[in-house]
Design a protein around this ligand. Structure first.
Ligand code: C5P
Length: 400
């Protein structure tokens, strides 16, 4: 979670900076807003002050009877400096190192590379001066979050529309070297497999994919390169995360094994069928025959156990244990040893309001480092705890 300085410059897209601010906060970042003079003509500073809960930087000069170094203070406190929207004028002033207002002065005093999300009319975007200024910023290490194509405020159609707030916030996560999983490749299975009985029916389970989605979101925000192997999940997908779909246990096993080589962390969050119909009927099974139907099932491969047998090579392997009742914790401890996982996340599915399909969970993390109970929390907070433990385990493997 970072301290983000959000610079807002004066284009009609300035109102979208409100969404950028909200999404940054949702990801746990603290945000300080600095506005240029013309931005203040589009959105009132009071909006940003109320939403950020902090003073909004408007001018280099405050009370002229006292010394004022706010541009230096803001630059010092910021871990990420993001300008969204960045107008052609603001980009030009940054490229030329000007310091004629608060935002440009903070940028001069800020030691790291800035992130810039441009928004302007297509002709301004394509102007050689803008191209050259952006090239200058990029050469200095700035990250440009490219604008999208579409209908612009003035009715023109073309490039120049501010990237979506979700894309901008994903770029902040991806380019933040301070994230504690930066450079780590994290693979997460999510959802629940479906094993076909015939052309229209399947054996499935109630897993929604929410826990896996929350893990992917948090891992991305901590700077990891995240791949999700999704088994039948119907949830909105995050920017900056790669998704592969795998419907059955067999398909999921195949993509998980393929992902192993390039992974630093494998989190097997999906609910995988233990049995599948031995034969898949052609068409639709007909009910006009006998009053009972018996379907022969065969075991599927235990993907987690299979990966647990491979040379570990510094990877961290995480499994889940959804267990009911008193003895569940003991079974989860056994599972960690039997499947040779580094961490098992136990959740008691007999407890109301947690686990499959719900927004909340209560987990116990069982690893070589000991056991931690989360208590009832949102899945997003559980994800954070799980990844804190993964981070600790990665530290141990690196130290070996
Ligand atoms: O033994 P159990 O099914 O309770 O183990 C759950 C853990 O094992 C989960 O991490 C799940 O993703 C994984 N699993 C698997 N392949 C299976 C069954 C479960 O990888 N066929």
């Amino acid at each position: 979670m970072a301290e983000v300085l959000l610079g807002v410059s004066g284009g009609i897209a300035a109102y979208k900076a409100i969404d950028v601010l909200r999404l940054l906060q949702k990801d746990g970042h603290r945000v300080r807003v600095v506005m240029t003079r013309s931005a203040q003509r589009f959105v009132g500073p009071a909006t940003f002050a109320a939403l950020s809960g902090r003073d909004v930087g408007l001018s280099l000069f405050g009370d002229e009877t006292a010394p004022d170094y706010r541009h230096l203070e803001y630059a010092r406190e910021a871990e990420v400096m993001l300008i969204a929207p960045a107008t052609a004028n603001t980009i030009a002033r940054l490229a030329h190192g000007m310091g004629d207002d608060l935002l440009s002065s903070v940028a001069l005093a800020y030691p790291g590379p800035v992130m810039v999300a441009p928004a302007m009319n297509t002709r301004m975007w394509e102007h050689p001066a803008t191209r050259a200024n952006l090239a200058t910023l990029e050469a200095r290490g700035a990250t440009i979050v490219p604008p999208g194509h579409g209908v612009l405020a003035d009715g023109d159609v073309g490039a120049g529309r501010l990237a979506s707030p979700a894309d901008i916030v994903a770029a902040v996560a991806a380019h933040r070297p301070g994230g504690d999983l930066f450079g780590r490749r994290v693979v997460i299975t999510a959802g629940g497999t479906r094993e076909p009985l015939d052309a229209v029916r399947y054996l499935g389970n109630r897993s929604s994919g929410r826990m896996g989605w929350a893990l992917a979101h948090d891992a991305r925000n901590r700077g990891a390169t995240v791949t999700v192997l999704a088994a039948n999940v119907d949830l909105p997908r995050d920017e900056g995360v790669t998704y592969h779909d795998a419907a059955t246990a067999e398909e999921l096993g195949r993509v998980a094994r393929a992902a192993w080589n390039d992974a630093d962390v494998m989190i097997m969050c999906a609910a995988v069928a233990d049995y599948r119909p031995r034969a898949v009927a052609d068409g639709k099974i007909d009910k006009s025959g006998a009053p009972e139907l018996t379907i022969a099932l065969e075991r599927t491969e235990d993907i987690l156990a299979r990966l647990g047998e491979l040379p570990r090579g510094g990877r961290v392997l995480v499994g889940f244990a959804a267990e009911a009742g008193e003895d569940g914790l003991r079974r989860a401890r056994d599972k960690r040893l039997r499947k040779n996982a580094d961490l098992i996340v136990h959740n008691d599915i007999s407890r109301a309001g947690t686990g499959f399909g719900s927004e909340e969970n209560a987990v116990t993390l069982i690893s070589s480092r000991g056991e931690t109970e989360s208590g009832l929390r949102s899945k997003r907070e559980c994800a954070r705890l799980i990844l804190d433990e993964v981070r600790g385990l990665l530290g141990e493997t690196a130290a070996e």
